[in-house]
Ligand binder design. Structure first.
Ligand SMILES: [Zn+2]
Length: 297
């Protein structure tokens, strides 16, 4: 993957520009860059004088009483100083790396150099996140919610999660968990994502005898969308969870509207990953050679 190798050698550039914010540029070895100023929670494009990502806070506080907010978001009160997307890795998941703008930082904010042979989980998760970051693969636009409370949602879900200072999403190595169906999972009680870089999905679409596969990266995107929806649209997500879809078909059914919605979000990402889309919730976890592999072998 050219996007994560660092061939860029040579002159050091002053990246801290207007208002002392870091300019995001030349992140990729192919010379492409974002040219945005990183304001922390938001990105500013100085060329057109516009915020590229809306302030996440504005949508969080709209329409909810503080009481509702507390009920829907225990995480805010458990971890008020938590930040962004963190990868737990190493022995007993004890080491932590923060992923932001395609880079990894340790708890002191120092850039991490990955040891690919000893930190396999970190390296594979890093690859998966960077693949999802490239070309805005987790950008979506859709109406979220149920009935009268439907409202437009959208943006780059991955970048919003990664730049939000109020929430912390932890990605945890799930390879040792016994139940294979739990190897990709979002747990809203502690805002963590189980991820197994060597577990992909095998599935069939309705009325189609062909067998399809989705990469572990696609599954990570799916769980990240669950986290995004829960954090940025808690009321709509809770409404969707409480609304069943086609009842009586437990294996193939999405079960509830939230699962259907998240699978559709993931389908958008699957198209950008050049992977097949799913029209039902059937599927079997199968071993994959790497996080970004699109088939088992
Ligand atoms: Zn799901």
């Amino acid at each position: 993957m050219s996007g994560i190798s660092s061939k860029a050698a040579g002159v050091l550039q002053n990246k801290n520009q207007y208002n002392g914010k870091e300019k995001q540029s030349n992140e990729f070895s192919d010379g492409s860059d974002l040219d945005w100023l990183d304001y922390g929670a938001r990105m500013y494009d100085a060329k057109i004088g516009r915020w590229m990502i809306t302030d996440p806070k504005s949508e969080k506080y709209l329409g909810y009483s503080p009481f509702c907010y507390t009920v829907n978001n225990p995480i805010l009160f458990i971890d008020p100083n938590g930040k962004e997307i963190w990868i737990n890795y190493g022995e007993d998941n004890a080491s932590k790396a923060r992923w932001e703008n395609g880079k990894l930082y340790d708890e002191k904010g120092k850039k991490i150099k990955i040891n690919k042979s000893t930190d396999k989980f970190l390296s594979e998760t890093f690859k998966a996140l960077n693949l999802l970051r490239k070309d805005n693969k987790m950008e979506f636009n859709a109406d979220i919610g149920v009935g009268e409370n439907v409202r437009p949602a959208g943006g780059n879900a991955l970048e919003k999660l990664a730049s939000d200072k109020s929430f912390k999403v932890s990605i945890i190595n799930s390879a040792k968990i016994e139940d294979k169906f739990d190897h990709h999972l979002y747990n809203k009680t502690n805002n963590s994502i189980n991820f197994d870089p060597n577990m992909g999905l095998k599935f069939n679409n309705n009325g189609d005898p062909q067998t399809y596969y989705n990469s572990p990266t696609s599954s990570l995107a799916h769980e990240l969308y669950h986290a995004f929806n829960q954090i940025f649209y808690p009321k709509e997500t809770s409404d969707m969870i409480n609304t069943p879809t086609d009842v009586g078909k437990p294996r193939k059914s999405f079960g509830n509207v939230s699962e259907l919605f998240t699978t559709e979000q993931t389908n958008g990402t699957n198209i950008k990953l050049r992977e097949p889309t799913r029209d039902n919730y059937s599927g079997t976890p199968v071993p994959f050679p790497s996080a970004t592999a699109r088939s088992p072998k």
